[in-house]
Design a protein around this ligand. Structure first.
Ligand code: BGC
Length: 800
């Protein structure tokens, strides 16, 4: 086991924002991620409008569009049949943020002259990034520069900037340049797979340029993926008297510049307003892109920056109304959890055609790929707070079902669909199959989220018209790769897969995979039966479309019933897979701190030969299939795996925190939670500069709701088992479930539940059944001491 030491907190502990009070080239790269803005489609890294001339490797001026990618062949020096053939990577799009400023010929640059005052803050309630700078030029001219930036939550294509300059000790000539810069490249990285892509060329080819009055646009085409992109800006400058200043437009290479020259009077700010947008042929026909860009910018200009700010704040008010988690007594956590929720909202694709990348739209780490992170980590947060977004995430998977079918054929599965381990548009992009394609559990993870979605929202129409097909097609893969094996007592085994733990690869009977596949097969069979009974016409047409044989659902059910689930009687634990316990335990005592994460210091074979886990695997199964295990069992598994887990993956600590909460290891629960909640803010994994960790961010919400509050929904039935960590005074949150909005408030010795919307609901609070009705909305329940009485919690003992 390894303990990770937290880095120093760098921001004041404010509940609703992060603020930096100094500009520092050393932290600049990281700050660009933390101060990034996004709306699930457009992502602008928190780079400064003026650009940056600091040391190499301390900045990445990134503009990203979720789902907008270039593709290129993957070159394998030694190929093999069926390997992923093409990679996709999220492109750095033209930079529309650029604003440059000169006063009397002196260029404003944070690295020149003297910065007298600096404050930059990102406010989670307004969604506006604000920077206030007072600067003294090398020749003694004193100015105040205020910039505000937002990426609109109400229009996915739009961003806006207001940039004002006030001369404080002089009157003189000010030059402002508002640019749209198409000379952009992706970051080149070396061996760290978490940092970005290895692509080095310019992926965008300029095919057209348009400039009329205030409107400027670049039209690009991607070389291989064949998309068109229109990037457009409009800007307007008002002088100190509020008069519009003429502009001159200059274009060269891939850059359009709007120049303003104005005489500014001391004490009177001049103000530049800039609107920008991006439209790609992934969303609209090519011919519509330019007209749409013009229209959106025209509407934004007419509305004005202040109106955009107002609607941004309204959107966020509605979001926080549902999603806020309030913790009284720990300012660091409070800030961390809201920061995380805010970034999740900024990162998540919500148009059904895009998903949420491991790093959102804040950086190029993991190349903008979508993983299982979506279904198992991010999905629950949206499911219980903004279920419309959860549905869109599932729609994305439904949309890529044809590609998953194609992939299954490449892997010799005659029937069914296999989802890609990592992808942007649905094709498998994982070039290292042992920790990629081999993670077949992705299929079960998706089915798990469909089941959760339907149970929590009651949206049966989704199941009937889209979800069922996906669940059945993906279930078929287990029949394709699994089989009844004699020397395993005729049990149904799943061989040669990789489970969630990427420090162990290509194994037989990974516990997590088998137990999730079991649930998946049962669910697929149940869904088939339900459709046959209640929606016969839909069932018939689906059965015809996927060529479903009459006895297939029964075969799924039988495989589930006979699923082999490894158990070691001697240790009383679930081995991670068939060979796991016959490996040597990693020598943690002899591993220096600087050798973590292990993946950057040891060949995979060295790691695979040992009992060492990168992340929760069996422990995650204890959560997802939690009603199958006794608390004793959970404790034994937790103890065993905790001792050999490095948490080198950011997806790990939150899961350990939740199970630690459940088994009464409260200090550990708190410690693991702390690690997750401020993982990006404190850069504890030392790679947040390449983008935020969206799974861990959502894991924070899970740690609160599933961990401290002990909320579970198994087979549609809701329960809570809350407690209050001793460091806090109280905490509260809301969840949307089965058409109700439930408010949960956990205090010292009691939990208070209130039904804010919807009909009466019955659920369990520890061992007690609670019925909340609209006319008797609040009910309080005591909190039992540590969860040692398993029967009182209604848990089955030794369910397997
Ligand atoms: C983890 C995977 C995860 C990926 C993207 C890896 O480090 O091991 O489980 O899907 O990161 O977040």
């Amino acid at each position: 086991m390894r303990n990770r030491s937290n880095q120093q907190q760098t921001f004041a502990l404010e509940p609703w924002r992060i603020t930096e009070t100094g500009f520092d080239t050393e932290s600049n790269f990281l700050d660009e991620t933390l101060f990034a803005l996004g709306n699930g489609y457009v992502g602008l890294r928190g780079t400064h409008e003026e650009g940056y001339n600091g040391p190499a490797g301390t900045s990445l001026d990134g503009t990203y569009l979720n789902g907008f990618y270039e593709s290129e062949p993957i070159h394998y020096p030694e190929g093999a049949y069926g390997l992923a053939r093409r990679n996709q990577f999220m492109l750095n799009a033209p930079n529309g943020k650029r604003i440059e400023l000169s006063i009397e010929g002196e260029r404003f640059d944070l690295l020149q002259g003297r910065v007298l005052k600096y404050e930059r803050s990102l406010d989670f309630r307004t969604g506006v990034l604000t920077r206030l700078v007072e600067w003294m030029s090398p020749q003694g001219r004193h100015i105040a520069v205020t910039s505000q930036r937002l990426v609109s939550f109400n229009d996915k294509h739009l961003f806006a900037i207001r940039y004002s300059v006030e001369p404080l000790n002089f009157s003189g000539r000010i030059q402002l340049l508002s640019a749209l810069d198409g000379q952009v490249k992706n970051l080149e990285v070396g061996d760290d797979p978490r940092a970005g892509s290895a692509y080095s060329g310019a992926a965008l080819q300029l095919i057209d340029l348009e400039q009329t009055d205030a409107f400027c646009a670049l039209v690009h085409r991607t070389r291989n993926s064949g998309f068109n992109l229109v990037s457009a800006i409009e800007s307007e400058l008002k002088d100190g008297n509020g008069q519009t200043v003429d502009r001159e437009t200059v274009t060269h290479d891939q850059r359009v510049e709007q120049w303003y020259d104005v005489f500014a009077t001391e004490g009177k700010p001049v103000c530049l307003t800039k609107f920008g947008c991006y439209f790609s042929s992934r969303d609209y026909p090519e011919a519509e892109l330019l007209p749409r860009a013009k229209q959106v910018l025209g509407v934004a200009r007419t509305a004005g920056f202040d109106t955009l700010c107002t609607s941004q704040a309204e959107y966020l008010q509605a979001f926080w109304q549902q999603a806020d988690v309030e913790i009284a007594g720990d300012d660091a956590l409070q800030q961390g959890i809201r920061f995380n929720q805010f970034h999740l909202l900024q990162s998540v694709g919500r148009d059904g055609k895009t998903n949420i990348a491991a790093k959102g739209v804040t950086g190029e780490g993991y190349e903008g790929h979508y993983f299982w992170d979506t279904e198992i980590y991010v999905f629950p947060f949206f499911l219980y707070t903004k279920p419309d977004i959860a549905r869109k995430l599932l729609e994305f998977r439904c949309g890529s079902l044809p590609k998953a079918r194609e992939r299954a054929r490449q892997l010799a599965h005659a029937k069914g669909a296999l989802y890609p381990w990592r992808t942007i548009d649905g094709d498998e992009c994982s070039s290292y199959f042992p920790a990629g394609t081999a993670q077949y559990h992705i299929n079960a993870d998706i089915a798990y989220s469909v089941k959760q979605y339907v149970e929590v929202t009651g949206d049966e129409a989704f199941l009937v018209h889209a979800g069922a097909e996906m669940v059945m097609e993906t279930a078929r893969i287990w029949m394709g790769i699994g089989g009844y094996i004699d020397n395993k007592g005729g049990r149904f085994c799943i061989n040669e897969v990789t489970g969630p733990d990427e420090y162990t690869a290509l194994v037989n009977n990974n516990y997590y995979t088998n137990t999730l596949a079991q649930l998946h097969l049962q669910y697929a069979a149940d869904v088939a039966d339900m459709l046959r009974d209640r929606y016969p016409a839909e069932f018939k047409s689906l059965a015809r479309a996927i060529d479903l044989e009459d006895d297939e659902p029964a075969r799924w059910w039988r495989a589930a019933e006979h699923m082999y689930l490894p158990y070691d009687e001697g240790l009383g634990i679930h081995p991670q897979d068939d060979s796991f316990l016959s490996k040597v335990v990693w020598d943690f005592a002899a591993t220096p701190e600087q050798n973590y994460p292990l993946l950057l210091h040891y060949h995979p074979l060295v790691i695979y030969r040992h009992q060492v886990c990168k992340q929760a695997d069996v422990v995650l199964a204890l959560l997802l299939r939690g009603n199958r295990f006794s608390l004793d069992q959970k404790m034994r598994d937790f103890d065993y795996y905790e001792a050999i887990t490095t948490h080198d993956s950011s997806l790990s600590s939150c899961i350990f925190s939740i199970i630690a909460s459940e088994i009464g290891y409260r200090d550990k629960a708190y410690g693991y939670f702390m690690e997750t909640a401020r993982l990006d803010l404190d850069n504890t994994h030392a790679n947040t500069q390449y983008g935020v960790h969206t799974a861990a961010m959502a894991g924070t919400w899970m740690g609160m709701v599933h961990g401290f509050a002990g909320m579970r929904v198994y087979d549609g039935s809701l329960s809570f088992s809350p407690y209050l960590p001793e460091q806090w005074r109280h905490y509260q949150f809301k969840v949307r479930i089965q058409g109700r909005l439930l408010h949960v408030h956990v205090k010292q010795d009691q939990a208070e539940y209130r039904l804010l919307e919807g009909d009466s609901i019955t659920f369990r609070h520890q061992a007690q059944a609670i019925r909340l009705t609209p006319d008797q909305p609040a009910q309080t329940a005591g909190i039992a001491p540590l969860n040692t009485d398993q029967t009182a919690l209604g848990l089955q003992t030794a369910a397997e």
